[in-house]
Design a binder for this molecule. Structure first.
Ligand code: ATR
Length: 273
């Protein structure tokens, strides 16, 4: 039986095993998908095991290893290179190749919501997934500005300084924490919201009654973070991270098996937290 893993820390909350094992069963593939909690010190050994163990065919990578894993891989897809982020590894003739399906999944959710952006965007956070969000926006909109705010401003500046010119487009500006520009798309990429009482403490008063403004939280559990429920109360349009999560899984499954799995009613039930 072939094996697939998701590695991360923490990993308990991950719904990836439920989704991929459901698809393996549905498409009659004799494989199993498991979650593995790793420390950074265990990363090298895990990758070596993947390299020599013929039954391990693929791996998903999540927080906090999406960048750290890169130095252990043999090749990177162009998108992984541009975003210095890998969430999916495939094995091809003993070679380990890193892909980034977060970036393409995020782009797809913008497209599916008809968010053909004609406005600047604001990204909150500068963690591992932020470069994928910038990539997704830039596929659809090169001409408008992207603003970033992060509690630790230097981290956002560092991230921007490493971006390739193609992702900078007409400009990316790092603002001070608490400085809120007027844009049509505001995305929370921080981990704040995973706990029920988490609150970003940012003042979005200027968005009162702005129906056309989209507040997008990459978190999908809880379904509605305080960031989203406050936006809903203000009358803004809200999106959580559920579809992005499902689409990144769908694209990873496709890379491993060549099957394009369906996001069917059962899958939606699995993630209907
Ligand atoms: P990753 O492993 O994805 O890189 P990370 O580096 O911990 O995760 O990034 C998480 C993001 O959430 C960061 O932008 C972080 O802000 P800092 O760079 O200042 O640490 C943000 N974040 C986490 N806790 C936060 C909090 N209490 N308030 C504001 N931002 C927070």
């Amino acid at each position: 039986m072939n094996k697939y893993f998701v590695i991360g820390n923490p990993i308990e909350h991950s719904l990836s095993p439920l989704i991929h094992n459901y698809w393996f069963k549905k498409y009659k593939i004799n494989s199993i998908y498991e979650k593995t909690k790793l420390e950074t010190s265990g990363l090298r050994d895990f990758v070596e095991e993947m390299r020599i163990n013929n039954s391990i065919k693929g791996v998903n990578v999540t927080v906090p290893f999406k960048s750290k894993i890169i130095s252990f891989l043999d090749e990177l897809s162009p998108i992984s290179k541009e975003t210095f982020s890998v969430n999916t590894i495939i094995k091809e003739n003993k070679k380990l190749i890193g892909y980034n399906t977060d970036a393409t999944a995020f782009q797809k959710t913008l497209e599916e919501n008809n968010l053909w952006l004609n406005s600047s965007s604001l990204i909150i956070g500068a963690g591992g997934v932020t470069s994928s969000i910038i990539w997704g926006i830039r596929q659809l909109n090169l001409k408008d500005k992207i603003y970033i705010i992060n509690r630790t401003k230097e981290k956002a500046e560092d991230l921007v300084s490493r971006l390739v010119p193609g992702l900078i487009g007409s400009g990316i500006e790092v603002l001070n924490w608490g400085e809120i520009p007027g844009v049509n798309l505001v995305i929370n990429t921080t981990s704040l919201g995973l706990k029920q009482n988490d609150n970003l403490q940012l003042d979005f008063k200027k968005y009162q009654n702005k129906k056309e403004c989209i507040f997008y939280d990459l978190i999908y559990n809880p379904k509605e973070t305080n960031f989203l429920s406050n936006a809903k109360k203000r009358g803004n349009h809200i999106i959580n991270g559920k579809m992005m999560f499902l689409i990144q899984a769908k694209q990873a499954f496709n890379l491993w098996t060549n099957i394009d799995p369906e996001i069917d009613a059962e899958i939606l039930k699995i993630v209907n937290l």
